[in-house]
Ligand binder design. Structure first.
Ligand SMILES: [Zn+2]
Ligand SMILES: [Zn+2]
Length: 97
């Protein structure tokens, strides 16, 4: 899982790059499910309804079978700055699906 650092909300989770089934890229904490729609983590996070975590763009579940942690190629395709990524994998073996 590519991540942008630790979650400022819960302080424990990693901020993973989550891709919904429609290709929208989001920042999702793998512990508390705080969600950012952009890589601007200075903004307050959203908390999508559990347990489906609908994508704020298209409503598809971020826990659904078509959602996954984004690859580096997918991050670049989405036009995000891959320099923000601080880690591949690491301590989060729990790729929650
Ligand atoms: Zn968190
Ligand atoms: Zn979406």
């Amino acid at each position: 899982m590519l991540y942008l650092g630790y979650c400022r909300h819960c302080g424990a989770g990693l901020l993973g790059l989550r891709r919904c089934g429609q290709g929208h890229l989001l920042v999702l904490c793998d512990e508390c499910d705080a969600l950012w729609q952009t890589s601007d983590l200075g903004q307050p996070p959203q908390f999508p309804p559990q347990p489906d975590l609908p994508c704020p763009h298209c409503g598809q579940s971020l826990n659904g079978p078509t959602a996954h942690w984004a690859s580096l190629d997918e991050v670049r395709q989405a036009g995000w700055n891959d320099a923000l990524i601080v880690g591949p994998g690491g301590c989060s073996a729990a790729s929650a699906t």
